[in-house]
Write a protein that binds this ligand. Structure first.
Ligand code: NDP
Ligand code: F7E
Length: 369
């Protein structure tokens, strides 16, 4: 990519898209093209076609998607499969029709079988049954990855796919029903600490700023307690307790979103589809599984994650587990040998990332964003 190349970042207001724009700007890229969801609905085939015809981007980062945690994936199954299939098919196909030089598609490590051997290598794709809670989303992601591969093989395009592990960072979704585990726990512990201190103003500020309920200054203390109880933050005989979904036994791997963005820009700058085929599939007749895992290769149990976050936030009460909520995949640790051999490694460890995120969260509440 040249510094003046026209680069379209789809989904630039999301967790990943915002980090990508920041990483590109930091590296001196000056011609970044963005559209909000309301300006361009990527599920609309005609609108996407017009957009590519008018704008003719040279490079595309496809970070727009219907995204959510375990509860949202399990509940909104139709939306997850439909919207993701539509968004990615439209963007990938129009990128081909309009001669995009290179595209990066973001998948997810939930594409691997639920009981895949650990750590998960790229070639384990489609070797076993998927996890039920996110199967529709995973199937869409597998289709997107195979679509990029197929266009490369038939049309000679240069579309690469990455499979990031669970991500976290600023601009994430902190909604306590639809978010992923890390932002949910951060917010629950923050609210629990404030409840322990009976700091009703802090709680009101949090409830009014984030998409939990559009309730702010006029919410009574009784209503606050009912609302928090609903989301697993409650007073108990010992003080205050926070409910964690599931058994706490599943293991997850977390990557700081700026590291992910850096890896994506690195791959766009240095690695082509042909390089991947030569390096990892040399001599094979059947070209498949050309995607690259992005992660740290290190995982942690949800129980230990909760303990770590409780400490960083400074909550002194109890943690309780609710096994009626789904655990999801028991473990999904990425094998990052491909990524390492291409010359990229992560730099932010989990504790440092959680500390940075909490700092960001508190200051964003203070600024009223
Ligand atoms: N977060 C994670 O832990 C992981 C994410 N990924 C992948 O990374 C990518 C980015 O995820 P993330 O940043 O977390 O997701 P976010 O939900 O934070 O951001 C997604 C963005 O896509 C936009 N978008 C959604 N639907 C449409 C549409 N129909 N038209 C236009 N824009 C749309 C959203 O806009 P709006 O909000 O206005 O709808 C939002 O800005 C996704 O492909 C995801 O699968 C992979 C692994 C882990
Ligand atoms: C990135 C990945 O994210 C999703 O998969 P997931 O990793 O299972 O998602 P998650 O972050 O929501 O949960 C991780 C674990 O954490 C536990 N857990 C505890 N307490 C809370 C809690 O309060 N909220 C949430 N969300 N989970 C909790 C929860 O029960 C589970 O055991 C995919 O659907 C798919 O979108 C995908 O690709």
């Amino acid at each position: 990519m040249e510094k003046e190349s026209k680069i379209y970042v789809a989904g630039h207001r999301g967790l990943v898209g915002a980090a990508l724009v920041q990483a590109l700007r930091k590296k001196g890229y000056t011609n970044i093209l963005t559209k909000t969801h309301s300006e361009l609905d990527l599920t609309d085939q005609e609108a996407v076609s017009r957009f590519f015809e008018n704008e003719k981007p040279e490079y595309v980062f496809l970070a727009a998607a219907k995204v959510g945690g375990i509860w949202a994936n399990n509940l909104y199954r139709a939306e997850f499969i439909y919207q993701n299939l539509m968004i990615q098919s439209n963007v990938i196909h129009q990128s081909y029709l309009h001669g995009v030089k290179k595209l990066l598609f973001l998948g997810s490590t939930c594409i691997y079988p639920r009981l895949a051997p650990q750590p998960m290598k790229e070639e384990y794709l489609l070797t076993g049954e998927l996890e039920y809670t996110n199967e529709p989303y995973a199937i869409a992601k597998i289709a997107g990855m195979r679509m990029c591969e197929s266009y490369n093989l038939q049309y000679g395009t240069n579309f690469i796919s990455v499979m990031p592990t669970n991500l976290y960072g600023p601009n994430d979704n902190f909604d306590l029903e639809t978010s992923h585990v890390l932002p949910a726990l951060l917010r629950k512990f923050h609210l629990a600490k404030a409840l322990q201190q009976e700091n009703w103003e802090l709680i009101r500020a949090d409830l009014s700023r984030r998409p939990l309920e559009e309730r702010g200054d006029d919410i009574s203390e009784g209503e606050i307690l009912t609302l928090l109880e609903k989301y697993g933050v409650r007073k108990s005989s010992h003080g205050v307790e926070v409910e964690i979904w599931g058994t706490g036994r599943p293991r997850r791997e977390f990557l700081w979103v700026d590291d992910l963005a850096d890896a994506c820009v690195f791959l766009m700058e240095h690695v082509d589809f042909e390089d991947i085929v030569k390096k990892f599939l040399g001599g094979q007749q059947e070209i498949r599984n050309t995607h690259i895992n992005i992660g740290t290769g290190e995982d942690i149990s949800i129980r230990d994650l909760a303990e770590l976050m409780k400490e960083v936030v400074g909550f002194k009460g109890d943690i309780v587990f609710n096994p009626e909520k789904p655990d999801g995949t028991p473990v999904k640790r990425t094998d990052v040998s491909r990524l390492h051999s291409l010359g990229w490694r992560h730099s932010v460890g989990l504790r440092e990332g959680v500390e940075r995120l909490y700092e960001w969260y508190v200051s964003s509440l203070e600024m009223g964003s």
